[in-house]
Design a protein around this ligand. Structure first.
Ligand code: HEM
Length: 140
């Protein structure tokens, strides 16, 4: 039954390709690079307006921050980008960020996504990928 064996080999190869294909579904749900750019452009002024955390951003190059956030959200959502910023521990270690401040930023991001019509399921998917970063960001 060589034809049958051949069919099985094709099916196995296809299944393995499926497993190894990058999952960019979240990136696409976010609206790709344009969608991510919109959310970040809305988030950055919201961070500067949020009295719970804005003192931390005094003197920070917010254009660079926006560019790095865009890259990072693109990469963590499975998009075709490579984050080129500093590692999360190094950039945040002297900032004395508390858990409450971390949660404040997450809330601001969620509100920015809501304002840009990102579906709540998609919001939750991105937040779930960022949530473990509290280990690198929160030092207080
Ligand atoms: C999931 C949560 C967070 C993510 C994904 C995140 C991501 C980033 C990224 C990508 C950068 C830019 C790195 C670079 O310039 O190379 C950055 C910088 C920064 N982040 Fe965060 N961050 C988070 C939470 C926070 C929180 C909670 C605060 C403060 C309340 C904060 C304050 C800052 C500040 C002040 C900078 C600029 C530091 C500098 O330029 O020296 N971050 N963050």
């Amino acid at each position: 039954m060589p034809a049958f064996r051949f069919l099985i080999a094709i099916l196995l190869a296809a299944a393995s390709l499926q497993v190894h294909a990058a999952d960019d579904s979240l990136y696409n749900e976010l609206g790709g690079s344009a969608g991510i750019r919109r959310v970040v452009a809305d988030l950055v002024p919201a961070l500067q307006a949020d009295a719970r955390i804005n003192a931390t951003f005094d003197g920070v190059d917010m254009e660079r921050l926006a560019a790095k956030l865009e890259e990072q959200f693109c990469e963590v959502s499975g998009g075709p980008c490579k984050y080129s910023g500093k590692d999360m521990t190094t950039i945040h270690e002297d900032l004395k960020v508390s858990r409450a401040q971390f949660n404040a930023l997450v809330e601001d991001l969620q509100a920015a996504m809501r304002r840009n019509d990102v579906p709540s399921r998609t919001q939750n998917r991105l937040l779930a990928r960022l949530a473990p970063m509290h280990r690198e960001v929160v030092t207080k």
